[in-house]
Design a protein around this ligand. Structure first.
Ligand code: FES
Length: 78
């Protein structure tokens, strides 16, 4: 009995692409990045400091708009 050769790839909205490992990722410059993990998170946002692997930088967002509004309110008050 042979194992199913298909791999599961899951796209996380706003996050990484999850791929069953181990993987060898070929970069545009010809270099390779390998991971032996059971599940590998590949960065889809390009913000990772460990690109092409996700480092959860996709979770960081700009400051909420209300901070900008508060600054604008302060500017009007002054
Ligand atoms: S998807 Fe997680 S850092 Fe880019």
């Amino acid at each position: 009995m042979t194992a199913d050769p298909r791999r599961t790839v899951r796209i996380v909205p706003g996050g990484p692409i999850m791929v069953e490992g181990p993987v060898c990722i070929e970069m545009p410059d010809g270099s390779t990045v390998e991971s032996d993990r059971f599940m590998v998170a590949i960065c889809a946002c390009r913000r990772s400091k460990n690109y092409p692997l996700c480092d959860t930088s996709h979770r960081r967002r700009a400051k909420p708009a209300r901070t900008v509004t508060a600054q604008a309110d302060n500017a009007v008050a002054n």
